[in-house]
Each structure stands twice: as structure tokens, then as C-alpha cells.
Design a protein around this ligand. Structure first.
Ligand SMILES: *Cc1c(COP(=O)(O)O)cnc(C)c1O
Length: 368
């Protein structure tokens, strides 16, 4: 059976919902699936408002925009993340302030966040990397003490919890993604959750071309075309019904990997903070120096056996538009990038194939 890294899991329920949507002919920006998806999503997370968007990137962009952040303002971000965490900071003309991550959890280090705060800091964007919750106790503490809002990049961590509370529900805004490789998909899409009713209402207006629908085609502000379509929401709602099934499977994958790889000396897993329950969107490992194989070589050997893997994100300050923002060495992020690896975690895989993948890793690294 083919091993998948992060392929979506689409079944009959999805086909039924999408077909129902097609039959209704409400495929675009009107129709019942959008509000229903939003309502179910908010209910699940226990938040007051959920606003669906065209992507996770759009969700982050609108959160930053709603806070009125612009030129001269600073936003603190982890250096180890997907570039879409940071691009929206640039869209509004603000300055990203990159900080290093914790070597064990791979998430933004609250101690480094504290050091990076200046009078210009207008937001902090922690990323729950690969589904693993950030230290929300420490981060909320900083947020409250300094009065700096948090926008959670929960695009990889739907269903993950920190001390019993879902990621995405701690900060002023929580942003989710339904890209094809995320835990649930709408093909492409996102969601913003917030308990701030007024902000939610304004974002809903902004993403609809800032159209004052009461006055027809009247636009008192510059808006965006960032709405989710009903067709996307029909797929999303079906996927959302299966979220718990997907979470259970991802967590079991992680257990299998740990069980099989546990006696490999020098092989580490991305770890949880105390009280965190990761979704393990992607199970990820790190090879310590006593394992004498490069990550590229391990990938190549696995690929020859039909096993796809993915490199850890390149630290953002490596990219030309972001080089000038580098401050310091980012030792932990670079080490994780150089020695870390994402393993097959798609829920279309069987438990047996995940066990086989783990066994192959043992074999390859032992013979290295
Ligand atoms: C996927 C992702 C995003 C962006 O989501 P899209 O829906 O692809 O726009 C942002 N941040 C992180 C960390 C992601 O993994």
C-alpha cells in the first residue's frame, strides 16, 4: 500500500455533502454550509465567534489588520515556522521580530519573547508547530502583563489542547487552515475564532469587500475578497464531522512511532509541554549527533523504500525578504532544521504501514 505523508482523507460523507451542495447550485459565497460550518466549529472549540476565510494566511492577515497594525509596529514571531505565519506581517507593512524556539517542543520560547518586547511591539504570533501546543501559560502571562495581544497560528493544531483548552482559543484571535495537507480540509480555506463580537463582525465585513449590504454595493472601507465558498464549506463540514476520528488516528501513529523507535539511542521526538495534548498533525523526529547519518541521506533511503518524508521548515531569516530582520543565531531553530524530519502522518495510512515505516527507520539508522 502506498504510504502518504500528509494526503487528505476523503470518503463517502464528503462526497455526499459536496454533491448536496452542487445539487443546490449554491456553490459560491451564499448558501447554508458556510454558517453551519462556522457554528459547529465555534461550538466545538467553545468560542463565541468563528469567521471562515479563503485560507489560513487570510485568517492571519485579517487578525493583524483588525488590530490596526501597520508601518513602524513590531510583531514577534518564531523563526521556525511556515512562511505564511510571517508574510501577513509584511502585507500590513509592519516589522517581524524573529525569536528562537525551544529545543524540545520546537515552539516559540517565551523567555526569548520577553527579551524581544519593545514599546513598538503590537502582537505576538505563537505557532503550535506540527500540532504541538505552545506554552500558553507563559505566553498569556506575557500578553496580560504587557498588554500585547496574541494571535495564535493554530493552522496546524486543530483539536490540540493546552491544560484542557483548545489551541486557538487563548489569544485575541486564533487562526486555522483547511489546506489540503492539514488535519481537515476544504480544498483551501481558513477560520478565525475570537470572543470579541465586534472584531468578528468587522472582519466578516472586511472579507466581503467591506460591503455595507444594507446599502447595496456601498463600500465605506477598503475590503478584501477573502470569503470561504459554500462548496468549500460543504467539504469542510463533512471533514469536521470526522475530526475526532482523524485526531485519534494521528495520536496513535505517534504512539506507534515512539514504541518502535524508543530503543534507538539518539533519536528524539518533538516533545509536548506539561499539560499539552498535541494533535500530532505531523509526527517529527530529531537525530542527535551520535546517529551518523544526514537527514538528506535518511530521506533518500526512505524514499527508495517508497516512504515520503518532509524536511523541517527552513528558518524564515534564510529567505531573501527576511534576511535583514535576523537578530542573533537562532541555534535551536537551525539545529532542528538540520537534524529534524517530518514522518508520514496522513490518516489514510494504516497502523501497520506506520509500524513498517518506523521499522525501516530503525534499520536504516542502525546500518548507517
Ligand atoms: C498552513 C499554514 C499556514 C497557512 O495556511 P493556508 O491555509 O495554507 O494559507 C500558516 N501557518 C502555518 C504554520 C501553516 O502550516
Amino acid at each position: 500500500m502506498k504510504i502518504e505523508l500528509d494526503a487528505p482523507n476523503i470518503g463517502n460523507l464528503e462526497k455526499r455533502y459536496v454533491e448536496k451542495c452542487l445539487d443546490s447550485s449554491f456553490v459560491s459565497t451564499y448558501g447554508p454550509f458556510v454558517p453551519e460550518f462556522e457554528r459547529k466549529f465555534a461550538e466545538y472549540l467553545g468560542v463565541q465567534n468563528a469567521v471562515s476565510t479563503q485560507s489560513g494566511t487570510a485568517a492571519i492577515h485579517m487578525s493583524i489588520y483588525e488590530l490596526g497594525i501597520g508601518p513602524g509596529d513590531e510583531v514577534i514571531v518564531p523563526v521556525l515556522t511556515f512562511v505564511a505565519t510571517v508574510n501577513p506581517v509584511m502585507y500590513v507593512g509592519a516589522t517581524p521580530v524573529f525569536v528562537d524556539v525551544d529545543p524540545k517542543t520546537w515552539n516559540i520560547d517565551p523567555k526569548e519573547v520577553k527579551k524581544a518586547i519593545t514599546p513598538k511591539t503590537k502582537a505576538i504570533i505563537p505557532v503550535h508547530l506540527y500540532g504541538n501546543p505552545s506554552d500558553m501559560d507563559a505566553l498569556m502571562d506575557i500578553s496580560n502583563r504587557y498588554g500585547i495581544p496574541i494571535i495564535e497560528d493554530a493552522t496546524e493544531s486543530l483539536g490540540a489542547k493546552f491544560k484542557g483548552k483548545y489551541t486557538g482559543t487563548f489569544g485575541k484571535f486564533g487562526c486555522f487552515s483547511f489546506n489540503g495537507n492539514k488535519i481537515i480540509t476544504t480544498g483551501g480555506g481558513g477560520m478565525i475564532v475570537t470572543d470579541d463580537e465586534k472584531a468578528a463582525k468587522h472582519i466578516r465585513f472586511l472579507i466581503n469587500q467591506a460591503r455595507d449590504t444594507g446599502k447595496g454595493y456601498y463600500h465605506p472601507e477598503i475590503g478584501f475578497n477573502y470569503r470561504m465558498t459554500n462548496l468549500e464549506a460543504s467539504l469542510g463540514l463533512a471533514q469536521f464531522h470526522r475530526l475526532d476520528e482523524f485526531l485519534e488516528k494521528k495520536r496513535k501513529f505517534r504512539e506507534i512511532y515512539e514504541e518502535v523507535l524508543s530503543d534507538l539511542k539518539g533519536l528524539q521526538f518533538q516533545k509536548e509541554y506539561e499539560g499539552a495534548e498535541s494533535s500530532w498533525w505531523l509526527t517529527s523526529i530529531l537525530l542527535e549527533d551520535n546517529i551518523p547519518i544526514s537527514v538528506e541521506k535518511l530521506r533518500e533511503e526512505l524514499k527508495r523504500r517508497g516512504i515520503p518524508t518532509r524536511r523541517i521548515f527552513i528558518p524564515i531569516v534564510e529567505f531573501p525578504p527576511y534576511r535583514k530582520f535576523a537578530k542573533g543565531e537562532y541555534k535551536n531553530a537551525y539545529r532542528i532544521y538540520k537534524r529534524g524530519l517530518n514522518l508520514p502522518s496522513s490518516t489514510v495510512n494504516s497502523y501497520e504501514s506506520i509500524r513498517m515505516v518506523a521499522e525501516q527507520i530503525v534499520r536504516i539508522t542502525r546500518n548507517a
